[in-house]
Write a protein that binds this ligand. Structure first.
Ligand code: PLP
Length: 481
């Protein structure tokens, strides 16, 4: 186990050499106001440069990350992203601008915001977009606020939003946060929306439908056109949860499928990993009739100049302090410009190819409840292994021993013992084969040596945690000893 950096500290060790700022003849008190001076020396570790580098390098490998190995976390698109995009978004011209600078001095920044909005509209087949939302769920909230405002603008106060039982949990949550109540729709035996159930639940009190496409089973909603028509017949709004756009780039567009609103997760599809814990970005794009409700300010082009305009009286207002998480947006911009149309198409094609390759390989040993051609991800099940006393959780923990991050487990809820696998386009056939080998070994262990699964993981710095206790007795303070 890696020690605390303070445990390496020894008086007199030094990591950097800085020129002396203060001296006997020029004490700190002659330069700084007295109330700002410390009374005691700061309690900092005294360590050499190699110790600092090794300490943090060791810490960085204690947890799994996408730079270390395969990270097939379904629904989260933990793909490898080009490092150059981070370098570019950290350039001083991007990183050091201030959001309150006069707009004449940040024309380049505004141009990027303006252009990426256009690119995202082109990719989604929509009319206009906002970059303000800071996450996928935040984009959904913004979208649902627009749905509400749309109906209110016609003097209507609709009460409900329809949500399929396979939906991401953020969909009902965003609807309720905006004051709607939700009605759940059933999935049919193919894993898609049950059309008869939808018809029986749609009426004038329903504001709209939130549909994830491809859905959380990684399947394309086959009857999407009919679904959209049923909602539009009652002037409802159809929202496409586009967090999984990784499957659709350059192949099919939400706007062409007649969706009215969609959000994208830049921190999934466009060059920022989802599980990084860092800032995210969940822009939404809308059709023309909803454009006037988008958040302000909006970046507009007047002649050759870019400006921020608040001149949208029907806008839902601001949803973010400033204009969005600019660093994430720059990475997405660079990614889009580098890939171009053909590059984006190949992203989705390879994501789909990789998922289907794994699906077919794993089907030899694992249950795959909706086993047909999938999009960028698929859902296997640990149901078959229950007879050995093995749970999906045991298998997920064992994968850590084999050097992989576990897939998403126990989601979506409509699959028992779910194992949701998203390989992403950035992985090679060799990596996928290594993963298949590990999954086959785990299958064998389940049968011959179940104990090794019950007690996994064995090779990680922290062994299996008591998740129930952690949930019930939340203690976020760390005590030494
Ligand atoms: C990831 C995801 C979201 C939520 O995105 P966040 O940025 O985590 O808020 C919503 N819907 C689906 C289908 C997703 O996969």
């Amino acid at each position: 186990m890696e020690k605390l950096i303070f445990d390496y500290s020894k008086s007199g060790k030094i990591g950097v050499s800085l020129p002396d700022l203060y001296s006997e003849s020029k004490p700190a008190s002659s330069i700084l106001p007295i109330e700002l001076l410390r009374e005691k020396e700061p309690n900092l570790p005294e360590v050499s440069e190699p110790e600092v580098v090794r300490h943090f390098t060791n810490l960085s490998t204690m947890n799994h990350h996408v730079d270390k190995d395969f990270y097939p976390l379904g629904s989260c698109t933990m793909k490898y992203n080009p490092k150059i995009n981070d370098v570019l978004s950290n350039m001083p011209g991007f990183a050091n601008v201030h959001p309150h600078q006069p707009t004449e001095t940040i024309q380049g920044v505004l141009q990027i915001l303006y252009e990426i909005e256009k690119y995202l509209c082109e990719i989604t087949g929509m009319h206009s977009a906002t970059l303000q939302p800071a996450a996928g769920a935040h984009g959904e909230l913004t979208g649902v606020m627009i749905i509400k405002k749309y109906h209110e603008s016609k003097g209507e106060h609709r009460k409900y939003i329809l949500i399929p039982d396979s939906a991401h949990g953020t969909n009902p949550s965003s609807s309720c946060s905006s004051g709607f109540r939700t009605i759940s729709l059933k999935s049919n035996e193919k894993g898609c929306i049950d059309i008869e159930d939808l018809k029986s639940k749609m009426n004038e009190s329903v504001a709209g439908l939130m549909l994830t496409n491809p859905n959380t089973l990684g399947l394309f909603e086959e009857e999407v056109e009919q679904i959209v028509d049923i909602i539009h017949d009652f002037d409802g709004i159809v929202y496409m949860d586009g967090a999984n756009l990784n499957a659709l780039l350059g192949i099919v567009r939400p706007g062409d499928m007649k969706f009215d609103i969609t959000h994208m997760n830049l921190h999934k599809t466009f060059s920022t990993p989802h599980g990084g814990g860092g800032p995210g970005s969940g822009p939404i794009a809308v059709v023309e009739k909803l454009s006037r409700f988008l958040p302000v300010p909006r970046v507009v082009k007047v002649g050759t100049k870019f400006k921020l305009s608040y001149d949208y009286p029907d806008s839902i207002g601001k949803v973010m302090g400033l204009y969005g998480n600019f660093g994430v947006i720059v990475k997405a911009y660079v990614y889009l410009r580098m890939l171009g149309v053909e590059g984006l198409k190949s992203v989705s094609r390879n994501a789909i190819l990789n998922a289907n390759y794994l699906r077919v390989k794993l089907a030899e040993k694992y249950d795959i409840p909706y086993n047909r051609v999938c999009m960028h991800e698929f859902v296997a099940s640990g149901e078959k292994h229950k007879k050995f006393g093995i749970k999906t959780l045991d298998m997920a923990k064992r994968l850590l021993d084999y050097g992989f991050h576990a897939p998403t487990v126990y989601f979506p809820l409509i699959v028992h013992e779910a194992i949701m696998i998203e390989p992403t386009e950035s992985e090679s056939k060799e990596t996928l084969d290594k993963f298949v080998d590990a999954m086959y070994k785990i299958d064998e262990e389940a049968c011959n040596n179940p104990e090794v699964l019950h007690t996994a993981p064995h090779n990680t710095p922290v062994r299996r945690l008591d998740e129930l206790k952690a949930n019930k007795e939340l203690n976020v303070c760390w005590e030494k000893g």
